[in-house]
Design a protein around this ligand. Structure first.
Ligand SMILES: O=C([O-])CC(=O)C(=O)O
Ligand SMILES: [Mg+2]
Length: 591
């Protein structure tokens, strides 16, 4: 086991084979063409210079009206474009104007996807320069609606679809993707898309959206990002009965059939892209999410955004919030509604941080944290029948049925909603929180907006302006009693882009909980007095690339410290290094 972990799970023979692939004048034969034999496949491929019409149709290189006179001559573009020449800034201004004319969020989403397929650099320039305005368009909440209607807005494939039909051929399928140097894969099986449930193959919108954030917020190159949707069927009756459904029309495969497809996928990924490719699991249902993370953490660079990313973001918000509510983390008492991936993931990271801070065993610090699921408070007497990921949270207490009674019984200082069910923080719940807390900390994490446990306005109004509030989906500022409250967005988008950048730039080969803690601390350190003054416990997204660089630097530093980093020597200034690694959406000039 130890030796297979050291060399990433390859057998000795496979290692030898890999070495042989590299002989030949010191130039690496990356794709194995020179060594192609009957049992080692090679892909025939060509590199050509795009010009003329092909250049305009290539989203990586297309600049639209921004091609200069010289470029129009040199690249056979004369006549293919109208005479005007626009700067990238003018193109951006024009596109933002036309986007703003669409009042329906989904129309804006479609317009952005069209732009991404037409002119990638301009898409990212818009997204980076207008991040607060466009994040809700290409990401939560609109991406949720886009997934629900993905069949009808689907135009060109934006990622790889790997279904049960591809069983036995996944390595070949990966080779069909036009890019080779993949650094990050976001993969879903569509079973739990946000709080919207099983959307099957239509879940593709999620990996696509997450990866566009990897580039815009974390600076990873778009060509290094691969969105994947695994299709093992769907249990969504509406989709199964829809003649236009784009996925497999069968009920979900489970058990061994499911495990085998995922095993083939994970093996093919490592075989094709090597040990340093990051695989981010996204929006899997609880039962598979925990199992996949446990299974592949020892052998692959894997990260579950819903368990670990959300945990890291929430912990950051809590660390920052201490400046507003006072005390240390250990002085607080936490109650969760929802004991799935997000709930138990956050709970565990809080317990870990407290255990490090006060040097107490984690079994002790977990006792400060209580979880409520659909059957009520998780208590010892329920332990036998609990799913394994809930068991550590079963503490000694008499049974309590609903959330309101649990709030009254536990008297938490922090209330966190992570059940995916909307409108569960009722007036009574919020009022109860406000009755025994001067500043109740209330996080309504479920997405999209329709699934939020309460709105920002409700949290501020029902607590008479005393709540510190943040939510998974964005809410506008709220005026209450003459004061403007700005709700923060406790969304994993704060962490995963910088976290991923830190892993990639250090060449990390495994994720470790200490890296998540480092990311939380880095994010919390970015909340400044001016933000606290507005009631915010997260910094604004407008500064996210700088924040991501800080997170990446702290994550990379920890990876080097723990011996998980393979890119040596360690750069001296990791923040500067992170910034210098980041993708720029500014057009290049063509020879
Ligand atoms: O996508 C988001 O906005 C956050 C997230 O991971 C989820 O809700 O599953
Ligand atoms: Mg998610």
């Amino acid at each position: 086991m130890a030796s297979s972990m050291m060399n990433g799970g390859y057998s000795v023979e496979e290692e030898e084979k890999k070495k042989n692939v590299n002989v030949g004048g010191g130039v690496e034969d990356v794709y194995g063409e020179d060594n192609a034999t009957e049992d080692q496949f090679a892909t025939p491929w060509t590199v050509s210079v795009a010009s003329g019409y092909t250049l305009l149709r290539d989203p990586h290189y297309n600049k639209g009206l921004a091609f200069s006179e010289k470029e129009r001559d040199a690249h056979y573009l004369r006549g293919l474009l109208p005479p005007a020449i626009f700067t990238q800034e003018l193109q951006e201004k024009k596109l933002m104007q036309s986007l703003r004319q669409y009042k329906v969020p989904l129309q804006r989403y479609v317009a952005m996807m069209d732009l991404q397929e037409r002119n990638e650099k301009l898409f990212y320039k818009l997204l980076i320069d207008n991040v607060e305005e466009l994040l809700p368009v290409v990401y939560t909440p609109t991406v949720g609606e886009a997934c629900q209607k993905y069949g009808s807005i689907f135009r060109r494939p934006q990622g790889l679809y790997i279904s049960l039909k591809e069983k036995g051929k996944i390595l070949e399928v990966l080779k069909n993707w036009p890019e080779r140097n993949i650094q990050v894969i976001v993969v879903t099986d569509g079973e739990r898309i946000l709080g919207l449930g099983d959307l099957g193959c239509q879940g593709m919108g999620i990996p696509v959206g997450k990866l566009s954030l990897y580039t815009a917020l974390g600076g990873l190159r778009p060509s290094a990002c691969l969105p994947v949707t695994i299709d093992v069927g769907t249990n969504n009756e509406q989709l199964l009965n829809d003649e236009f459904y784009i996925g497999l029309k069968q009920r979900r495969a489970t058990g061994q059939e499911y495990a085998e497809l995922l095993e083939e996928f994970m093996t093919a990924v490592k075989q094709n892209y090597g040990e340093k490719v990051l695989v981010q699991f996204e929006d899997f249902a609880n039962h598979n999410a925990f199992e996949l993370l446990t299974k592949y953490s020892p052998t692959h660079l894997v990260f579950n955004d819903d368990i670990q990313g959300t945990a890291s973001v929430v912990l950051a918000g809590l660390l920052a919030a201490l400046k507003l509510v006072g005390g240390t983390l250990a002085d607080h008492k936490f109650l969760f509604l929802g004991a799935g991936e997000a709930g138990t993931g956050i709970a565990e990271l809080i317990a870990l941080e407290i255990s490090k801070q006060i040097k107490a065993p984690i079994e002790e610090t977990r006792k400060k944290i209580w979880l409520v699921d659909s059957k009520g408070l998780i208590v010892n007497s329920r332990k036998e029948s609990l799913q394994h990921f809930k068991k550590p949270w079963a503490h000694e207490h008499e049974p309590v049925k609903g959330l309101l009674d649990a709030v009254k019984a536990i008297k938490p200082t922090v209330l966190i909603g992570s059940s995916g069910v909307g409108k569960t923080f009722t007036k009574e719940v919020v009022k109860a929180m406000a009755s025994f807390n001067e500043k109740p900390l209330i996080l309504a994490l479920s997405n999209p907006t329709s699934q939020s446990e309460c709105t920002a306005e409700e949290a501020y109004t029902w607590s008479e302006g005393r709540a510190i509030f943040a939510s998974g989906s964005p809410f506008d500022p709220v005026e209450y009693d003459g004061k403007v409250f700005v709700p923060g967005q406790a969304n994993n988008a704060y962490i995963f882009p910088g976290f991923g950048l830190g892993l990639i730039m250090s060449g990390a080969i495994r994720v470790h909980n200490d890296l998540l803690l480092a990311a939380s601390e880095a994010l919390a350190a970015q909340v400044k007095q001016e933000h606290f003054d507005k009631g915010l416990i997260y910094p604004p997204f407008s500064n996210i690339r700088k924040i991501s660089a800080q997170i990446a630097a702290k994550v990379a530093a920890k990876a080097y410290e723990l011996g998980l980093a393979s890119r040596l020597p360690r750069p001296k200034d990791l923040v500067q290094h992170a910034e210098s690694c980041m993708y720029s959406p500014v057009y290049g000039c063509y020879r």
